[in-house]
Design a protein around this ligand. Structure first.
Ligand SMILES: O=C(O)CCC(=O)C(=O)O
Length: 391
């Protein structure tokens, strides 16, 4: 319980907010309340109610408008709620998993706040405890031949380990995409992550957000929380599954920092400015699709496991690509693998470039460059988004 007290102290939450959330008992110096938390079911209920109220509040407006103090408060309530569950007499795996789900949800909501650190450690400890004390479900290895294709298209330059200067003067300064070979071959992730049991053991009981449906601009598309292990069993290791599921664009490495030990930020990111490099994971079975879209950052898309088809188009072709209006104005309405010239005649003018990205290869995608991505096999990629002042 000392840990909780330290944590609350560290968060340094404004006391008005605490009071408005009706947990004025939980004052920073009040060790009693921490002790009470173990036995006082009334306090547990109170925490649960406040948790639900705050959870609803977080989803009222756009996420970027949620004040950090609310997120911090949510971290505290989640921590308290999980402690309540872990302290209960029930010692079944489900109880631990319930606590982990609460903690992971808090980590996703608080993502980017340094106050998440303690909770990150704590969540992994609870996970490791389950793994040590109960049996881990293991899965079959994905056969090597299912992770490779014989396709080799590459309509752009492909260069081996260019110096940073060469990369800048020949590609980056001209916003030219390029495939970089042999720059991530030393990553342990390249061999460790081929074995799904690595994830089952390290993170099988962790909760992760999964996109369900063909593409994110489809009406049927949605998101759900899954246990990482269930996602692997149901989708990664199941090539016949009709439904597509994608652990896409997620801050997995903030949530589970242990995984970050298996790779490094590409040296080429040093050409960016002081803003932190944003690292996202993309994990899914064969045929996940990211509709052609643009991002407002430069990107090194690194292929760790399996292969992907990527189709690029220049920002100069934006008008010929019929972007949606409104929120999705960085996304084209055009299905670039099944061009419909009747519906979108100007798309004839677009010069598409096709690339097969294989495990160990990196694709530099310049800022605002259109890109479409479909996995050709079960696949894991990491993208490194960065800003540069000279744009
Ligand atoms: O790999 C994917 O599905 C999409 C990757 C992407 O869009 C990105 O890294 O910006």
């Amino acid at each position: 319980m000392e840990e909780l007290l330290c944590y609350v102290k560290k968060l340094n939450i404004n006391s008005e907010l605490l009071t408005s959330c009706n947990i004025n008992l939980l004052t920073i110096n009040d060790i009693k309340v921490i002790k009470d938390l173990q036995d006082d079911w009334k306090l547990q209920i109170k925490i649960s109610i406040e948790y639900d109220i705050l959870y609803d509040k977080l989803y009222i407006g756009p996420y970027y408008a949620v004040p950090d103090d609310y997120k911090k408060m949510f971290l505290v309530l989640s921590f308290c709620k999980s402690i309540g569950i872990l302290k209960s007499d029930k010692k079944e795996v489900q109880e631990y998993v319930k606590a982990i789900k609460i903690l992971d949800t808090a980590l996703m909501i608080g993502s980017g706040l340094e106050e998440c650190d303690l909770l990150t450690d704590f969540t992994q400890k609870v996970h490791d405890y389950i793994v040590k004390s109960h049996k881990v479900d293991l899965v079959d290895r994905i056969p090597e031949e299912q992770l490779q294709t014989s396709q080799n298209d590459c309509d752009i330059d492909s260069i081996s380990q260019p110096s940073i200067e060469h990369f800048m003067t020949k590609y980056f300064n001209f916003h030219q995409p390029v495939k970089i070979l042999n720059s991530i071959h030393h990553w342990p992730a390249l061999y460790k992550w081929k074995d799904m049991n690595y994830f089952m053991t390290l993170a099988g009981y962790r909760t992760v957000p999964i996109e369900l449906g063909r593409t994110y601009d489809d009406d049927e598309w949605g998101q759900n929380l899954y246990k990482f292990g269930d996602f692997i069993k149901q989708y990664m290791n199941n090539k016949d599954h009709e439904q597509k599921a994608y652990l896409a664009q997620h801050d997995l490495f903030d949530q589970i920092p242990e995984l970050s030990k298996d790779f490094t930020i590409p040296d080429y990111c040093a050409i960016g400015n002081q803003d932190p490099v944003i690292i996202k994971s993309w994990i899914g079975p064969k045929n996940t699709i990211s509709t052609m879209h643009t991002d407002d950052k430069h990107n090194f898309l690194c292929q760790v496991v399996g292969e992907k088809l990527i189709i690029l188009a220049s920002p100069k072709d934006s008008e010929n690509l019929y972007p949606y209006e409104g929120l999705l104005n960085n996304t084209t309405q055009v299905d670039v693998e099944n061009l419909d010239f009747e519906k979108f005649p100007n798309v004839k003018n677009v010069k598409f470039q096709k690339i097969i990205l294989k495990a160990g290869e990196t694709l530099y995608i310049p800022k605002l460059h259109w890109h479409y991505v479909r996995s050709l096999t079960p696949s894991i990629s990491i993208s490194f988004w960065f800003n540069c002042d000279e744009d």
